[in-house]
Write a new protein. Structure first.
Lengths: 190, 77
């Protein structure tokens, strides 16, 4: 433990912040957000409770940190279409989503477990809505540009497909994930 | 004397409860020169107070909290 008079000389690092987020993500997903205390996060991360509060104001603040981490880690941080054509944008989205489902199975399982908890949805209401809105607006633009008659409905459908495919892949051992990706790419002429 | 020049973060375990006069506590923390921001995690069992300050010492915060009947113990990190 560091003492007060040397705190400024030995400020905690971002590595510690990552340890806190990783421990919290696992505990929130496995035990539930409500049942997870800051003490249990400290124990799992093998750091002091004081150090957690150095970085985060509250458990809800940690949850927001976890959300930010997931957005970056999963590539789900909306960055616009950039210079991509609508088809290139959709192709990248499909590739990234399937890559997350297949290659980061454990992380995807944690995300699913996390996002179905009412307390989490409540705590992240503003953030989730903001991300959802950005993605929906982007997808609607893309489907409109591709000439779909109901671009908004098509956007909702694609999001629902990703959710369903991810859930099925996690629960069915022989799920034909590659064939499903191919079908989806064919559907959108990617 | 680093506390005079640099922004410090102090974490305290407190006995804040429903009996605490939050209006007085808020007024005290908001109006104390040197305290830049503060927050209390009321969901945590230790009712953790986090203070970001510059130009005052941790023990000054602990001492002034007593006027609001709040006992604070600094948590090390």
């Amino acid at each position: 433990m560091k003492t007060t008079n040397i705190k400024t000389l030995t400020k905690p690092t971002n590595d510690v912040q990552q340890k806190i987020i990783a421990a919290a993500l696992e505990l929130f997903a496995v035990n539930g957000y409500s049942a997870t205390s800051v003490d249990s996060i400290a124990t799992k991360a093998k750091i002091s409770k004081g150090l957690i509060y150095y970085y985060f104001r509250s458990k809800e603040d940690i949850l927001k940190g976890v959300f930010g981490y997931l957005l970056t880690k999963t590539g789900m941080l909306y960055e616009g279409t950039g210079n991509r054509t609508p088809q290139q944008f959709l192709k990248k989205l499909v590739d990234d989503s399937f890559r997350l489902i297949v290659r980061q199975k454990k992380l995807y399982r944690l995300i699913l477990a996390l996002t179905i908890q009412p307390e989490v949805v409540k705590g992240l209401r503003v953030e989730l809505e903001s991300v959802r809105k950005l993605w929906m607006e982007g997808l609607v633009q893309v489907f409109a540009a591709l000439g779909y008659a109901q671009p908004e409905t098509e956007a909702y459908l694609l999001v629902a497909l990703f959710d369903g495919i991810g859930l099925a892949y996690l629960s069915m051992p022989d799920y034909p994930i590659q064939e499903i990706q191919q079908v989806l790419e064919n559907k959108y002429n990617l | 004397m680093l506390w005079l020049m640099e922004e410090m973060i102090w974490i305290y375990k407190t006995n804040v409860s429903v009996a605490t006069d939050f209006t007085a506590l808020r007024r005290l923390l908001d109006n104390t020169p040197g305290i830049q921001t503060w927050s209390i995690d009321l969901e945590d069992c230790d009712k953790v107070l986090r203070v970001v300050a510059k130009g005052i010492q941790s023990k000054d915060v602990v001492d002034m909290l007593v006027s609001c009947q709040v006992q604070a113990t600094e948590l090390p990190y």
